[in-house]
Design a protein around this ligand. Structure first.
Ligand code: PMP
Length: 463
């Protein structure tokens, strides 16, 4: 650490935090006996907390965000220059970085043409939901308002997004939810034995057929959109099986259902392509993104659509209701697109997509090499540098390990100075999966350090 803060400053910061900050996703009782981690500095793959302890960050800011790594001076300078010139004007007007980033982004997304700016993943998804609802009213006489979402997928924290939330334990105490969100089954091949009728072969196509069955049950004239994560993130790092996406696309076309891909996690390089859906050759109508767009250097999210969708909102200008009556105050901040332009340039210039693919393959091999020694690893899966290792008490029955043990593995790694994550699903039949999403600049040495920490932690927790 560079000594910016004295020991007095740091103890004041810790006590101010404990007295006044309500942390995300945390049961605060724990802070009666220990201090929160306050991250003071970051550089490359590493972060330092208030005690000066160095950590290798294998989850890019805990929630898979800092794709280009910490301490990128060129992003900070671009944001500074932009803020001094023009920091904000509401999005009914345009901005220089907003126009330029939209052009660069669209260049990476053949078939899509329009970028709607806002500032969180939840908000981007809400924009898409609202567009779908408005299209239902405009074009289908108020029918086709239903939005399908998948078991285990997560789309955000607002009541609208929780209504489309496939993780029951995150929804448990926040109902009632918005109507006309309908759940479809998941597609986790490793746990297909839990789904009635799942076949040995061609599971991907079968899983897509389950979506068609829901559309037919609900009535195709009532279903407006299907919203899916390309690789399910917090629901257990689930990369869909062969044949799934092609069939999903065909089903959407058959029933005139708009396809909304939630790239909040996978977007901008995480899986080794610019977007996760680009592995599968599909053509979505909406793509939402947030975390990796500016790697956390500024808040920015985008809801990207096709010209076909966009045109529906300008076809009859004489109708006063016929435009997207929506705003996002901070969608007019210029810091986001200014940071996003540099972020994308770094990924291109340093070939971070290539590195992600190569290091992802290396990391899968290294994790698989642990499976002989650690029978608790049931499945290693994911795409690019977004990987999971599901832990099971028994490889035959695939019984889940208790959440406390998964947390013990995460804590052990943390004590070794390596930050990993976990999807904690203590619900029977769910999955408890260790999560890895290091910055896309990771080297073999970094991955060796992560895997060796996991190796040690699994040995200590499970013997
Ligand atoms: N979609 C997915 C797939 C996510 O993982 C998340 C956040 N983890 C969101 C949406 C919501 O993003 P935000 O927290 O920025 O609202």
């Amino acid at each position: 650490m560079d000594g910016t803060y004295s020991q007095n400053d740091l103890s004041h910061i810790v006590s101010a935090d404990k007295a006044h900050v309500w942390h995300h996703l945390v049961q605060h009782k724990g802070f009666e006996t220990k201090d929160p981690n306050i991250m003071i500095e970051g550089k490359g793959m590493r972060v330092w907390n208030q005690a000066g302890k160095e950590h290798l960050d294998a989850v890019s800011g805990a929630v898979w965000t800092v794709n280009v790594g910490y301490g990128r001076e060129r992003i900070a300078r671009a944001v500074y220059d932009q803020l001094m010139r023009m920091n904000y004007f509401a999005g009914a007007a345009g901005s220089v970085p907003g126009a330029l980033f939209a052009e660069q982004l669209i260049d990476k997304m053949p078939g899509l043409t329009r970028v709607y700016y806002c500032n969180s993943g939840s908000e981007a998804n809400e924009k898409a939901f609202k567009m779908v609802r408005q299209i239902a009213h405009k074009r289908y006489g108020g029918k086709k308002t239903k939005i399908l979402y998948r078991d285990r997928d997560y789309h955000g924290t607002t009541i609208g997004c929780l209504s489309a939330g496939g993780q029951d334990e995150r929804n448990a105490q926040y109902g009632p939810f918005a109507p006309d969100f309908v759940r479809v089954p998941h597609c986790l091949e490793y746990r297909k034995h839990e789904q009635d009728g799942a076949p040995e072969e061609n599971y991907g196509e079968w899983a897509a057929d389950q979506i068609e069955a829901v559309i037919l049950r609900e009535g195709p004239d009532t279903v407006g959109a299907l919203c899916l994560e390309p690789v399910t993130a917090g629901g257990g790092v689930i990369a869909p099986p062969e044949g799934y996406w092609q069939k999903v696309q065909a089903i959407c076309r058959k029933y005139d259902v708009l396809l909304h891909i939630d790239e909040v996690v996978c977007g901008v390089g995480r899986t080794g392509t610019w977007f996760g859906y680009q592995h599968y050759g599909i053509e979505p109508d909406f793509v939402t993104m947030a975390k990796g767009v500016a790697s956390g250097y500024a808040a920015i999210a985008c809801c990207v659509t096709s010209e076909r969708v966009f045109d529906l909102f300008k076809d009859d200008a004489s109708d006063p209701l016929n435009y997207f009556r929506d705003i996002s105050t901070f969608g007019g901040c210029t810091a986001g697109p200014a940071a996003a332009i540099e972020n994308m340039a770094i990924i291109e210039e340093e070939d971070l997509l290539g590195n992600t693919t190569a290091m992802g393959t290396y990391m899968v091999d290294q994790l698989n090499a642990l499976t002989d020694r650690h029978r608790v690893i049931g499945d290693v899966r994911g795409k690019g540098l977004f990987l999971g290792a599901e832990l099971v008490a028994d490889r035959v029955t695939k019984e889940v390990v208790p959440e406390a043990q998964v947390q013990a593995v995460v804590a052990d790694c943390m004590a070794q100075g390596v930050i990993i994550g976990a999807t904690n699903r203590s619900v029977p039949g769910r999955n408890n999966t260790l999560c890895f999403a290091p910055p896309l600049i990771a080297t073999k040495d970094d991955i060796d350090q992560i895997v060796s920490a996991v190796d040690g932690a699994l040995g200590r927790v499970f013997g």
